[in-house]
Design a protein. Sequence first.
Length: 198
Amino acid sequence: MSVSMRDVRKVLDPEEPDYAAAARLGTDSLPHLRRLVAGDDPLLAAKAAYAAGQLAGDTGQDVVTTAARSEDPTLRVAAASAAASLPPESAAAVLSDLVADDDPGVRKVALAAVPADPPTELADRIQQASLAAQAVPAEPVPNGEQPLGTMPGERADSGLMPGEGATTGLMPGEGPGADRRMGDSGIEPKPGKMPGEE
């Protein structure tokens, strides 16, 4: 099956790309995905990197690796996310630098993509990055500005939002599935959902 750039763009251009359709394009899409990752449209490049990770086996690893080496943190986040779909050894190769990335968002996604039983080199890299992060004192934030890499209201020292539980990761009102009720509304909280979310 011959795959054109038009075929690839048709799948990736929508706001919500059809990554299953991108995977069905197969390895014939790789030259086009490479061009898009190297292109000047960061959003499309990120979509292309993620799509490359959805290809069978590790056939898209080189495209994901290229994205992982980008100067654009958005593209590195996409590479980290795509690595979760790669076989463990290939994922480890992509994630090796991303787990110690300077950008906290990239690190967070990379750590979430680490295989369940990571290779020794990756486990060591994660431990080194963790120790290095603990050794760096937090920089003072001038004039009450929001620290870089944090969401408004997020506590820079812990990565938690105000009111979020350190052990549960749930916001007030968000339920772990217990049978408690939200005030007098009679609404059951659902795991990972805020009141009113379906």
